[in-house]
Design a protein around this ligand. Structure first.
Ligand code: ATP
Length: 818
C-alpha cells in the first residue's frame, strides 16, 4: 500500500471502524505543513497539499486579523469526518482513541496559516458589517446562542464554523423541496459552477480518489443534492460568499462527505487506477544502476565555456563510453570527430545505426541510450533539457538509469539543485565543475536600427518562425550584397549541416545565416554577431516573449572558441527590443524545480490490465489523469503522442506495444501528409504486410515555398520510415536501403533549393492545400516592401523589458497600498 497522504486517506476510509480517523489524518497532514510528495500530476495548477484549511480558516482569518479578537488566534479547528455518530463523538472531544493510532499531534491547537488572497471576499464581507466588532461575543463552543438575535456577521461566522459533517447530515435528512427563491437559486448555480472549475478543489478531491474526469460529475450531483436540501440560513451564507474561493473552501468538506457516501464504487475504481499509475520514486526503476556507486561530474556553465569539450576528453580516454546527444546532428558530429581522432565509435540514432567494427564507444541520441549496457564513462549533453516539457523524460531516464562508473553531465546551472537532490536519492557521488564563458558576450547597443541593410558578414539573424526566416532572407538578399544560408527545425539534420558548412566556409558568397532557435544547440558556427530579428514567438497558442534561458543559449552561439570570430557580439534588429535582450542576458538562470518523466510501455501495459476496454489514446489520457509523481517530477506532455494514438485507434490488429512505438514516431502531427503516411505504415504493419514507402522522388529543386514544404514533408516521412524500421522487426520494413538513398537525395535537394530560395514564404497549412499565393518568377521586391509595412503595422508583439515590467508591477503595488 502506498504511503502517500491520499492513499492513507483511502485506507482509513475503507476500514469500517476507523472511518473517523479520516479527519485526524487530514489534520495531521495539514499540521505538518509540507506534504512529502504531490498527489497527482498537475500541469498548470500548482499542486497543493490536501488539508483541513477548508472551513474554519474563513472565520479564523477574520479573527486572527482583527486585533480586537487576538485571543482567538489559537483555535481548535473543527474536523470533518464520517457520519458514524459514535465515532464522531471521539473526535468532538478531540481526544485520541489509542486503538486508532492517532498521531500525537492530532487535535492539538495550532495557528492557521493566513492566506489573505483566498479569503478576501469573506474578510471584506465582515468589514462591511459595522457590528463585526461584537464578534468576540461569539464563542466557538457557544452554539447555544440564539441565531436570530445575532447580527448578520456573527450568523455568517457561526455558519462558517459549523461542522461539515453536521451540515451534511442536516442536508441529507432534510425533507421537502428547496427553500430558496429564484435569485438565490441562480447565485447558487454560479457558486457551484465556480466550484466545478476550481483547480484547487479538483486537486484536493484527488485525495479521496475523485479523479479529474469524475470531479465535474460529482460536483454536478452534489449541486443538485445541495440545492434541493439547502435550508435558508445556509443558502443565505453561500449567496453572501458568492462564486468565490471562500465558498469553494466552505463547501468542499461537505462535498467530501457527500462523495464518500454516494460514490464508493467510483472511488474504489479510481483508487485501483491510481495505484497502478505510480510514477513515484523513479530512481528505484533502475536497480542495477542503484547497485553501482556512480560518480557524477556536473560540468556547469554557460554556452561556449568548454563543458562538452572536457567531458568528451574523458569519454575518449575511457575503455568503453557512451555520448548522449540532444540532437541527431550533434551525435553525428561527435561520431565524426571521435572517429577522426582514432577512437572507434559507433552511431546510434532513431533513424540510423552505424556500427564501426571493434568500436567500444557509441554516440547516440539521448532517447536511444541503453540502460542495460555497462560503460566506464557516459556523457549526457545539455542536461538542462531534463526540464523540457516534451522530451525531458529521456534525460531523466539517462541520468537515473545509465550503468556507468562515471557520468559527465554538461549543462547550464538551472538544473544543478535538482541534480543534487536526485544524487542524494540515488546515492551517487556528485562533483561539480563550474565554468565561465571563454570570452564575455558583448551587447552592441547601436542595434541594426530596424534596417536589415546594416547586416554584416558573419551575422546570424535569428527569427522565430519559418515565415520570418524567409522574409528576412529575401529582404537581405534583395537590398544588400550578402547571401544567406538558412537553418530551421523542420530541415533534416543533413541539410542543416550542409547549410552550416556553407556558412562556415570563407571561400563563398554565403556570409550571413538566417536561423530559428534550432541554431541554439549543436552546431559549431563561425558567427560573429547574433542579431535577434524579434524576441517574441508563437508558442502554439499565443505570441509570448522568448524565455531568457533560450535567448542566452542562442546569443551564446556568437564568437565560439576556435572560430574565426572569437569575440562574441549580440544585438537586435530594432532598438525597442534591446532592453529585453539585455535583461535576458543579465538574468541568472531560473532554477528548475521539476524534471520530466514518462511511463515506459510496461507501465502502460500494467495500467491497461486494471482498466480494460479502453483505446490506447484513452489509456494515455487516464494514465495522465491518475498518475502519481514525486514533487521533483512532472509527467511530460504527450498531446502529440495522443494525436497519433487517436489516429491509430482505427487500425485494428496492433498490440499495445506496437501502438506505443508508433505513437512516438517522429512526425509533425500538424502535417496531414505525414500523418497519412504514418497511418498507411501502421495499417500495413498490422496486416503483417511489407511496409512500402509509396512515394516518388521529386523531379528537381523546389521552385516555390509549397514545393519546399513538400520536400520537407517527404523527408520527414522517409525519416519516420527509418525510425520505425529500427523500432520494429526489420523484415516488415524491407525498403530501408532505398529509403536511406531517397532521404539523402531529398536532403541535398533541400540544400540546393534553399540556396535559390527567393520567394515569399507561406504557412504550412496553405502549402499543404496547394494554395500557393505566389507563382514562380514573381518579383521579390514587392515582398520586401510588404515585409517593411507588416513590421511597421505591429504584426510583431514586442516583449517588454522584464525590469520595466517588474518596476511597473512594484509601482502598481505601491499605488494599491496607498
Ligand atoms: N581546452 C580546449 N582546447 C581547445 N578547444 C576547446 C577547448 N575547450 C573548448 N574548446 C572549443 O570551444 C568550443 C566550445 O566548447 P564546448 O562546445 O565544449 O562548449 P560548451 O560549454 O559545451 O558550449 P555549448 O553548451 O554551447 O556546446 C568548441 O568548439 C570546443 O572545441
Amino acid at each position: 500500500m502506498a504511503k502517500g497522504p491520499a492513499s492513507s486517506l483511502f485506507w482509513v476510509y475503507s476500514r469500517k471502524r476507523s472511518v473517523s480517523r479520516l479527519p485526524a489524518l487530514l489534520l495531521n497532514h495539514y499540521y505538518v505543513g509540507k506534504p512529502e510528495r504531490s498527489l497527482a500530476p498537475t500541469y498548470d495548477v500548482p499542486v497543493r497539499p490536501f488539508s483541513t484549511r477548508l472551513v474554519n480558516p474563513v472565520i479564523l482569518t477574520y479573527f486572527t486579523s482583527n486585533s480586537k479578537l487576538s485571543s482567538w488566534k489559537v483555535l481548535f479547528p473543527k474536523l470533518f469526518s464520517s457520519l458514524d455518530d459514535s465515532e464522531n463523538d471521539d473526535l468532538k472531544d478531540n481526544t485520541a482513541d489509542s486503538d486508532f493510532e492517532y498521531d500525537a499531534d492530532a487535535g492539538k491547537p495550532f495557528d492557521f496559516e493566513l492566506q489573505n488572497d483566498d479569503y478576501v471576499g469573506v474578510s471584506a464581507l465582515y468589514e462591511a458589517e459595522d457590528d463585526a466588532n461584537d464578534a468576540c461575543k461569539f464563542k466557538k463552543s457557544g452554539y447555544d446562542i440564539d441565531a436570530d438575535e445575532l447580527p448578520k456577521s456573527e450568523k455568517y461566522a457561526q455558519m462558517a464554523s459549523r461542522d461539515p459533517v453536521d451540515l451534511y447530515r442536516e442536508l441529507r435528512n432534510a425533507k421537502g423541496g428547496p427553500n430558496i427563491d429564484k435569485e438565490y437559486w441562480e447565485t447558487m448555480q454560479e457558486v457551484f459552477h465556480y466550484f466545478a472549475s476550481s483547480g484547487w478543489a479538483s486537486n484536493q478531491a484527488l485525495a479521496i480518489y475523485i479523479g479529474l474526469s469524475f470531479f465535474p460529475i460529482a460536483v454536478h450531483k452534489f449541486r443538485d443534492f445541495f440545492i434541493m436540501a439547502c435550508p435558508f440560513d445556509l443558502a443565505n451564507y453561500i449567496v453572501s460568499l458568492g462564486p468565490s474561493d471562500a465558498a469553494v473552501k466552505f463547501l468542499f468538506p461537505i462535498f467530501v462527505e457527500y462523495c464518500l457516501e454516494k460514490f464508493p464504487d467510483e472511488i474504489k475504481k479510481f483508487q485501483t487506477m491510481y495505484e497502478s499509475a505510480d510514477l513515484r520514486r523513479p530512481h528505484t526503476w533502475f536497480p542495477f544502476a542503484r547497485a553501482m556507486k556512480r560518480k557524477i561530474i556536473y560540468h556547469c556553465g554557460p554556452t561556449n565555456s568548454g563543458k562538452t569539450y572536457n567531458a568528451l576528453q574523458r569519454f575518449m580516454g575511457a575503455n568503453k563510453g557512451i555520448y548522449c546527444s540532444p540532437l541527431r546532428l550533434l551525435a553525428v558530429e561527435v561520431f565524426d570527430k571521435v572517429n577522426a581522432m582514432g577512437v572507434y565509435c559507433s552511431l546510434l540514432t532513431g533513424q540510423e545505426k552505424k556500427h564501426v567494427p571493434f568500436s567500444s564507444h557509441v554516440a547516440c541520441t539521448v532517447e536511444m541510450v541503453s540502460t542495460n549496457e555497462l560503460y566506464d564513462v557516459a556523457v549526457i549533453d545539455e542536461i538542462q533539457m531534463m526540464a523540457d516539457a516534451y522530451r525531458g523524460h529521456a534525460w531523466t531516464r539517462a541520468l537515473l538509469g545509465l550503468k556507468a562508473d562515471e557520468i559527465h553531465i554538461c549543462g547550464d546551472p538551472s538544473v544543478l539543485n535538482i541534480v543534487r537532490k536526485i544524487c542524494q536519492e540515488t546515492g551517487d557521488e556528485l562533483h561539480e565543475q563550474h565554468y565561465e564563458r571563454f570570452k564575455p558576450l558583448v551587447v552592441e547597443a547601436k542595434t541594426l536600427l530596424g534596417d536589415l541593410q546594416n547586416i554584416r558578414s558573419g551575422d546570424c539573424v535569428v527569427a522565430f518562425s519559418r515565415r520570418e526566416i524567409f522574409e528576412v532572407k529575401l529582404a537581405i538578399e534583395k537590398h544588400t550584397k550578402h547571401r544567406c544560408c538558412v537553418i530551421y527545425g523542420s530541415l533534416p539534420p543533413e541539410t542543416r549541416r550542409q547549410q552550416a558548412s556553407l556558412f562556415n566556409d570563407q571561400n563563398n558568397e554565403y556570409d550571413v545565416l538566417v536561423a530559428s532557435d534550432a541554431v541554439g544547440m549543436g552546431l559549431n558556427l563561425n558567427i560573429r554577431r547574433v542579431v535577434f530579428n524579434s524576441l517574441s514567438k508563437y508558442n502554439g497558442d499565443k505570441i509570448v516573449p522568448v524565455p531568457a534561458s533560450q535567448v542566452k543559449q542562442i546569443a551564446g552561439r556568437a564568437g565560439r572558441r576556435g572560430c574565426i570570430y572569437p569575440d562574441g557580439l549580440t544585438t537586435t534588429l530594432h532598438v525597442d527590443d534591446l532592453d529585453y535582450l539585455i535583461d535576458c542576458l543579465k538574468q541568472p538562470f531560473d532554477e528548475v524545480k521539476r524534471v520530466g518523466l514518462f511511463p515506459c510501455c510496461e507501465q502502460i501495459e500494467l495500467f491497461a490490465g486494471k482498466i480494460p476496454n479502453l483505446t490506447f489514446c484513452q489509456l494515455l489520457e487516464k494514465f495522465g489523469e491518475s498518475c502519481r509523481l514525486d514533487q521533483s517530477y512532472f509527467m511530460c506532455r504527450y498531446d502529440h503522442i495522443k494525436k497519433i494514438a487517436n489516429m491509430l485507434d482505427k487500425v485494428p490488429g496492433l498490440s499495445l506495444k506496437d501502438r506505443f512505438n508508433f505513437s512516438f514516431a517522429p512526425v509533425n502531427v500538424r502535417d496531414p501528409k505525414a500523418m497519412y503516411h504514418l497511418l498507411r505504415f501502421a495499417t500495413a504493419y498490422s496486416q503483417n504486410a511489407p511496409v512500402n514507402i509509396a512515394m516518388g522522388m521529386p523531379k528537381g529543386c523546389a521552385r516555390n515555398d509549397a514545393e519546399l514544404i513538400d520536400l520537407e514533408t517527404r523527408h520527414q516521412v522517409l525519416s519516420a520510415y527509418l525510425w520505425l524500421s529500427n523500432q520494429f522487426n526489420e523484415d516488415n520494413f524491407p525498403y530501408v536501403k532505398k529509403v536511406e538513398a531517397m532521404a539523402n537525395d531529398i536532403a541535398k535537394l533541400l540544400g540546393q533549393s534553399l540556396a535559390k530560395a527567393n520567394w515569399k514564404p507561406e504557412s504550412r497549412g496553405n502549402a499543404a492545400k496547394g494554395n500557393t499565393t505566389k507563382k514562380e518568377g514573381q518579383p521579390a521586391s514587392n515582398n520586401a516592401v510588404k515585409l517593411k509595412t507588416e513590421k511597421n503595422g505591429c504584426v510583431y508583439a514586442r516583449p517588454q523589458s522584464l525590469f520595466k515590467l517588474f518596476n511597473k508591477k512594484q509601482h502598481e503595488k505601491s499605488l494599491q497600498l496607498e
